[in-house]
Design a protein around this ligand. Structure first.
Ligand code: CDP
Ligand code: CDP
Length: 225
């Protein structure tokens, strides 16, 4: 039987991680895990319960009593929070603009990483996030760090919003993405950072399938070795 490996895809907001990770997982018959969705789910619950997001203790207590499940759906991954489908709710701008405060806490990250590592025990996983290659699966056979300019990333999100019929302000998106990148890159615990052995791909002028092909090529090399 073909060897099942782990593929770690990291990078800043809207670099195309989840889009390409999903396609790569489909092509390989692997499971896809969107770790950002887990931080988003906790953030959504914490906002609803009016927690102070700067206070770690309340957040970790809440997380310890929270069930976050990921299921494959026809239109992509479905996220369930305590048995309720929150796939749409966790993408709100309120959650997006607060999630980096929640994700900076050490105890929150430790528990999230513990849960994420359970998905990866048997290989056959494509996982995307910020610290997958550095902390969650440091032994991943394929590690990719996706980049794109802030302008390009804001434009991609803008286009996506317009296509979905949402209101969207390109300049505001640019500022929000830059602010989130800064928080994620400068936090003390497991900041957004390319793993030393990750392959960097600048996707600014690449199509989704260009990026998928590059990752598939790296994967085939590892599987056949
Ligand atoms: O899809 P997008 O790039 O907008 O973000 P995401 O992948 O859904 O992640 C949302 C947020 O969760 C990030 O901005 C980080 O603050 C946090 N995150 C993290 O700290 N570590 C991860 N492995 C994944 C996400
Ligand atoms: O997961 P992450 O936040 O890194 O990004 P994403 O949600 O996968 O991608 C953001 C948007 O960029 C999506 O609408 C993708 O279709 C688009 N995209 C693109 O236009 N070109 C690429 N090479 C990758 C993604």
């Amino acid at each position: 039987m073909e060897k099942k490996i782990s593929i770690a895809i990291d990078g800043p907001a809207a670099a195309g991680k989840s889009t390409v990770a999903k396609i790569v997982a489909e092509q390989l018959g692997y499971i896809y895990i969107d770790t950002g969705a887990m931080y988003r789910a906790l953030t959504y619950k914490a906002i609803n319960h009016k927690l102070n997001l700067e206070e770690e203790e309340n957040l970790i207590n809440m997380l310890n009593e929270t069930v976050i499940e990921l299921f494959p759906g026809e239109q992509g991954q479905l996220i369930f929070l305590d048995s309720k489908d929150v796939t749409k709710e966790i993408r709100s701008s309120e959650v997006t603009n607060s999630v980096s405060i929640v994700s900076k806490h050490k105890l929150v990250r430790e528990e999230m990483v513990r849960r994420q590592q359970m998905f990866a025990v048997n290989g056959g996983v494509v996982m995307d996030g910020r610290d997958i290659g550095t902390h969650v699966i440091p032994t991943a056979e394929v590690k990719v760090f996706l980049l794109a300019s802030v302008d390009e990333r804001a434009f991609r999100r803008h286009k996506e919003n317009i296509e979905k019929g949402y209101e969207s302000d390109l300049e505001q998106l640019k500022q929000e993405i830059a602010a989130r990148d800064k928080l994620d890159s400068e936090r003390e615990v497991a900041p957004l950072k390319k793993a030393d052995d990750a392959i960097e791909i600048d996707t600014t002028s690449l199509s989704i399938y260009n990026v998928v092909d590059k990752i598939m090529e790296l994967t085939r090399e590892k599987i056949s070795n």
